[in-house]
Ligand binder design. Structure first.
Ligand code: ZN
Ligand code: MN
Length: 136
């Protein structure tokens, strides 16, 4: 790789990571692509995917996959929880600090060492609930 290509790749990765960190919506690759294009019009969707994969593998971002729908990405790689609205698809961060307690409980329960865990909450968000009650 030439120095110029290497620098361009580094710059792309920095822009993608900062777009991801500033977004609080847990965006899809396509959303990130549209944002990054505002400052780098020549970037391709393939480049976005490649960099998101690299960032995830480097532990700087999280990929949240929800089965059949598109993966969402999170610029916060620390263990934290999400609430997923089954109506509008919104993914929000939860401010509950039980991570350590849960892991200790599980570790103690089965006599193992726990490194990490995932926990997702599904339901209907307050905005969708309000809309529903207006319709009915
Ligand atoms: Zn909703
Ligand atoms: Mn999150």
């Amino acid at each position: 790789m030439t120095k110029k290509v290497f620098q361009r790749n580094t710059k792309q990765r920095e822009v993608i990571l900062s777009v991801l960190r500033e977004a609080d919506c847990h965006p899809t690759a396509d959303w990130i692509y549209q944002e990054v294009r505002k400052t780098m019009p020549n970037v391709s969707l393939g480049t976005i995917y490649r960099n998101l994969k690299a960032l995830t593998e480097a532990g700087l971002a999280l990929e949240l996959s929800y089965g059949s729908t598109y993966s969402r990405f999170d610029g916060n790689p620390e263990t934290h929880y999400h609430f997923v609205c089954e109506d509008c698809g919104k993914v929000v961060d939860l401010e509950i600090d039980v991570a350590k307690e849960l892991e200790e409980k599980v570790a103690k329960g089965i006599g193992a060492k726990v490194h990490d865990h995932r926990l997702e909450f599904y339901g209907v968000c307050s905005e969708c609930l309000q809309k529903e009650s207006k319709v009915n």
